[in-house]
Design a protein around this ligand. Structure first.
Ligand code: ATR
Length: 500
């Protein structure tokens, strides 16, 4: 199990003590980033080990390693003197020294006082992880010489770098105490899954609001999120792991939904977001970590289907997978989007069941991946469809594949709607950030339908839905679908129903 280490990043000593108190209940240890503290206050930290009462790392970072030492004209000699005067007390558990600077005098004082040395390497330009894994593992082994704890913090610029980092962790399993982490959003899983990397601790920092100290390194999470959302301190080798993969991924609600259900059902397990630009590399990484299930989102749903060894009928027919399940040594593709789309529909239309959709008419705006799930769900329910899309060829292809009517996403399509439509389904990205003020079909009068169903859930009410509501038409946004498809995934992942 890995420990949680809070980086103390405040510019004042009072601020440092505040950070410690604010997060004390979530953390096991802390790192004093002395380079970030105002020079006039630096000697105050002599008190800190006694006040903190937890293991502390003493760190003074140089600019090359992402630090601020030297900002006020301090020299490296000044740094050595400060290190040595603080270490004399023997109260610091660890000191962080660069892997490529011997600093024999400082190291001798640390040894004499029983302070363990961390040898750290930081790569901010994102090229280190392009080296062969054997080279990276060799570096880590050399950094561990003499009983030091090696720490590698390397910028991950994509899924391939994250895979290299995961392989490096495997290749250095024999190095007892070490820290291996990937910086930036692509590397963030290494911070949550520190245990899978064999890291003795993970670093977390206070979230930086406007005018506050920023995270101590790119991609760091705050201790509260690590503990209350991801249950960091419960993660060990046998913890079931699940993830949502996509690009972008930062605003996905899936970790909140699934972690809430895991906790509510009393199950062990963590569900994390993974930004992925290369799904093949990402799946290899998930194999190394033993992930059991994945939610797949934009833009990977089609590629995910193609990479799977087995796939269910709905996924094959829709041509996209939003769920991957570990099966033996391969992945099984599933699609819960169509069923999730249908779930809230009868109720929202004031109908008793899906069967009552039979013979009704729906207009679909869009012909992308989301539209395909809706189209197949509605055809299975026996509805007749008109599919409109900006790129008319895509509307034609989907309509011909499914035996439905099609047209352009413009008022030229109005003749196709004569006789009225029962349901309008909006599947395009028009109405969501950054187009939240746009209406995909301003020429359409919503009064013609009994329900307007927009798959967007953020904003909660799109321009189209607001227009429908003021026309007195029933509306439904995408949050019910989001929850319903996630519920079905949860059952596939865990074998039990998601709690209410
Ligand atoms: P998803 O999986 O979310 O459906 P997608 O497969 O990329 O994503 O499909 C996006 C849909 O939104 C498409 O129907 C797209 O129309 P095109 O096929 O013409 O690209 C539609 N869309 C995106 N931006 C649009 C815009 N500004 N106006 C109209 N339609 C738009």
């Amino acid at each position: 199990m890995s420990s949680l280490c809070l980086c103390l990043t405040a510019p004042t000593y009072d601020g440092v003590l505040n950070q410690l108190e604010q997060y004390r209940s979530y953390i096991d240890m802390a790192e004093m980033r002395l380079d970030l503290l105002n020079p006039s206050e630096r000697l105050k930290v002599l008190d800190l080990p006694g006040l903190a009462g937890i293991p502390l790392i003493l760190t003074i970072r140089l600019p090359d390693d992402g630090g601020l030492w030297g900002k006020y004209g301090e020299s490296e000699k000044d740094r050595d003197i400060l290190f040595m005067s603080l270490l004399e007390s023997g109260a610091w558990t660890y000191i962080d020294l660069e892997h490529d600077r011997t600093m024999a005098d400082v190291a001798a004082v640390a040894d004499a006082g029983g302070t363990r040395i961390i040898r750290s390497m930081h790569d901010f330009d994102g090229t280190l992880l392009d080296l062969p894994v054997s080279d990276l593992a060799g570096m880590i082994r050399r950094m561990a010489e003499g009983g030091s704890i090696p720490k590698l913090a390397a910028r991950c610029t994509g899924s391939r770098q994250l895979l290299a980092l995961a392989r490096t962790a495997i290749a250095t399993e024999s190095v007892g105490a070490k820290v291996i982490l990937g910086m930036d959003e692509y590397g963030a899983p290494s911070r949550i899954l520190a245990d899978r990397f064999g890291s003795v601790w993970t670093y977390a920092s206070v979230p930086g609001g406007p005018g506050e100290a920023p995270a101590a390194a790119p991609g760091q999470l705050d201790p509260k999120t690590l503990e209350s959302l991801y249950r960091f301190s419960d993660i060990n080798k046998s913890t079931p792991l699940y993830a949502v993969i996509g690009d972008p991924i930062a605003h996905s609600l899936s970790p909140i939904i699934h972690n809430g259900w895991l906790r509510g059902a009393g199950l062990k397990g963590t569900y994390l977001p993974i930004r992925a630009d290369d799904i093949a590399a990402l799946l290899e990484t998930c194999d190394i970590w033993g992930l059991r299930g994945l939610s797949v989102t934009v833009p990977h749903k089609e590629k995910a289907l193609a990479l799977c060894d087995y796939s269910g009928y709905p996924a094959r027919r829709i041509g996209a997978a939003n769920t991957l399940l570990r099966a033996g040594d391969g992945w099984r593709a599933r699609n819960t989007d169509a069923a999730g789309f249908l779930e809230p529909l009868p109720d929202a239309m004031g109908l008793g069941s899906v069967e009552e959709l039979q013979g009704k008419k729906a207009l679909i705006l869009g012909a992308g991946g989301a539209a395909r799930a809706a189209v197949y769900a509605l055809i299975d329910a026996g509805m007749k469809l008109v599919i409109l899309n900006r790129t008319i060829d895509k509307a034609r292809r989907l309509a011909e594949e499914t035996g439905q009517a099609w047209g352009p996403l413009s008022d030229e399509a109005l003749p196709l709607l004569e006789g009225g439509i029962d349901l309008l389904v909006q599947t395009t990205s028009v109405g969501m950030h950054p187009n939240e003020n746009a209406d995909p079909a301003p020429w359409l009068n919503p009064r013609e339908c009994s329900l307007v169903y927009d798959m967007i859930y953020e904003p909660v009410e799109t321009v189209l839905l607001a227009r429908a509501r003021s026309a007195g038409v029933r509306t439904l946004n995408g949050s019910g679908m989001l929850e319903a498809q996630a519920r079905l995934q949860f059952e596939m992942f865990t074998g039990i129903q998601a709690p209410e």
